[in-house]
Design a protein around this ligand. Structure first.
Ligand SMILES: [Zn+2]
Length: 255
C-alpha cells in the first residue's frame, strides 16, 4: 500500500495513553496543569490559593482573598459528574483518536458505564470540542472548499444535491501543504454565508486557496490574499492537484 503521510501521522497509542493518564492521580495532575499552569487562580476574584484540601477524592482550593472554594472540576465540562476523571480521559481518547464515529453504545462497552452515561459523556465532549473550534481563526496558507455529507439517498451527487448536507471546510496548512488546523461550518456555499464564515475564521493576513466557485470571492472581504485554482473536475484536475499538492478533504480525516 502506498504510504500517505497524513493517514500515517502519529497519534497517541493506547499503551502511551495508559502510561500518561492510566490513574486518577495522573488525570487530576494533567487537568490541574492545564487549568492553572502557573498555580491556582481563583475563578471568582483572580486571587491566589490560601489552602488546598481533598474532599470526596477531589482536590479543592480556598482563595486567600475572597475565601471562595473551588474544586478541580468546577467550571469545567467534568463538573457535577460522578464518573472519575480517568473514565472521562479514556472517553476523550476513544472519541478523538478514532477516524470514524464512535457510537454511544460502543463507548458504553469500552468504558464499562451505563448507556446513559456514555451518551452524556459523548455529547458533552463533542459540545466542548465544538465550542473550542468556534473561536478558531485560521491564518497563513488556507485551503477552502465546499463538501457534502450524506450518501444514503439517491439523486444528484455533490454540489446542488437536495439530499445532502452542505458544509464548508477550511484547512490551514504549512507552506508545503501539510494540514495544521481545520474549521468546519455547516452552511450552504453562498456569498453571504461565506462572508460570515470568513469574518469569523479567516485572518486578514491569510492567503486563501480555493477553486473557482463564485461564493469563495467572499473571503476577500476580510482582506485575505486570494488565489483561485480552477481545476475542473475528475481527470482534468489531476495535473493541478499533483503540481500543487492540495489537501483533499479525505486526507485530513475530516470526511
Ligand atoms: Zn477569590
Amino acid at each position: 500500500m502506498r504510504m500517505n503521510r497524513i493517514q500515517f501521522q502519529p497519534g497517541l497509542s493506547m499503551p502511551e495513553f495508559f502510561e500518561r493518564y492510566g490513574t486518577e492521580g495522573q488525570c487530576q495532575e494533567a487537568l490541574q496543569a492545564a487549568r492553572w499552569p502557573r498555580g491556582f487562580v481563583c475563578p471568582k476574584c483572580g486571587g491566589a490559593a490560601r489552602s488546598r484540601f481533598v474532599r470526596g477524592g477531589l482536590p479543592y482550593w480556598q482563595c486567600g482573598a475572597c475565601v471562595h472554594q473551588t474544586s478541580l472540576i468546577s467550571g469545567t465540562v467534568f463538573e457535577a459528574s460522578k464518573l472519575p476523571l480517568s473514565r472521562w480521559f479514556l472517553a476523550m481518547q476513544l472519541l478523538t483518536q478514532s477516524k470514524n464515529n464512535v457510537s454511544a453504545l460502543e463507548l458504553k462497552r469500552q468504558l464499562g458505564v451505563s448507556y446513559r452515561s456514555a451518551w452524556l459523556l459523548k455529547h458533552k465532549i463533542m459540545q466542548a470540542m465544538r465550542l473550542a473550534e468556534d473561536g478558531r481563526e485560521l491564518d497563513g496558507r488556507i485551503e477552502i472548499d465546499d463538501a457534502y455529507l450524506g450518501g444514503q439517498f439517491s439523486g444528484k451527487a455533490g454540489r446542488g444535491s437536495e439530499n445532502k448536507v452542505a458544509f464548508v471546510a477550511a484547512v490551514q496548512t504549512t507552506d508545503d501543504c501539510r494540514p495544521l488546523y481545520v474549521c468546519l461550518s455547516q452552511q450552504p456555499p453562498t456569498l453571504q454565508a461565506m462572508a460570515a464564515f470568513a469574518a469569523s475564521h479567516i485572518a486578514p493576513t491569510a492567503t486563501v486557496v480555493t477553486d473557482g466557485l463564485w461564493c469563495f470571492a467572499a473571503d476577500t472581504l476580510v482582506g485575505a490574499e486570494h488565489e483561485r485554482v480552477v481545476t475542473g473536475g475528475g481527470k482534468a484536475s489531476e495535473p493541478h492537484r499533483v503540481s500543487r499538492r492540495p489537501i483533499g478533504l479525505s486526507q485530513t480525516g475530516v470526511v
